[in-house]
Design a protein around this ligand. Structure first.
Ligand SMILES: [Zn+2]
Length: 198
């Protein structure tokens, strides 16, 4: 299985993206079926070795990186928005609390509110920039539910277009991603609303 085309970082170029372990997402070797109802990644050679917080967890590590290196789209007080390195579709972002928390019920009221608000902003920005016709929103809770990095919860925001689940992912084992992730990140970040104070 030494086929580099199926490495998680295959097709991702640019010096800021050399170390895929610094970026958000759950590697799957491009072997996913297109099953948006499941929102699951299978496999994953970049998965954390354990459930600990800290540098071994991508979602803990990313906020310490500059936005363009970590593919961070926007930062809130308690949560942030980042490009998924293994997108289902262009513009697939993740909303993550800064705190290393596995279960949705462990989030504070303030964290729940900000994850929700950032999810709303992500939808508005994605509509403005990429004009999707719909979204899948979701959180996988636990390995059994398909969470690739179960120890640090993250909400998927996946833009959908008519016909996006065509034959290509099934037959070609690849997704059509017309933009580099770094380009999409820059467009979304530029369109992100500036805080209005308070
Ligand atoms: Zn973490």
């Amino acid at each position: 299985m030494a086929d580099d085309r199926h490495r998680p970082d295959a097709g991702v170029t640019g010096p800021e993206l050399v170390d895929a372990r610094a970026l958000a997402g759950e590697p799957d070797g491009f072997q996913r079926l297109w099953t948006p109802h499941r929102m699951a990644y299978i496999g994953g050679e970049n998965k954390p070795v354990d459930d600990a917080a800290g540098p071994g967890c991508p979602f803990c590590r990313i906020p310490s990186l500059p936005d363009d290196e970590g593919l961070v789209v926007a930062r809130g007080t308690r949560a942030y928005v980042v490009m998924n390195l293994y997108p289902y579709n262009p513009g697939h972002v993740l909303v993550c609390p800064y705190r290393h928390v596995a279960d949705y019920t462990d989030l504070s009221v303030d964290e729940v509110a900000e994850v929700g608000a950032l999810t709303q902003s992500a939808m508005r920005v994605l509509r403005a920039v990429l004009a999707p016709s719909g979204f899948n929103l979701g959180m996988n809770q636990g390995d059994v539910a398909g969470a690739g990095i179960a120890a640090h919860l993250h909400q998927h925001v996946v833009p959908r277009w008519d016909g996006d689940s065509n034959f290509l992912p099934v037959v070609g084992r690849s997704r059509a991603l017309p933009e580099l992730l770094s380009d999409t990140r820059a467009r979304l970040a530029a369109a992100w609303p500036t805080p209005t104070g308070g």
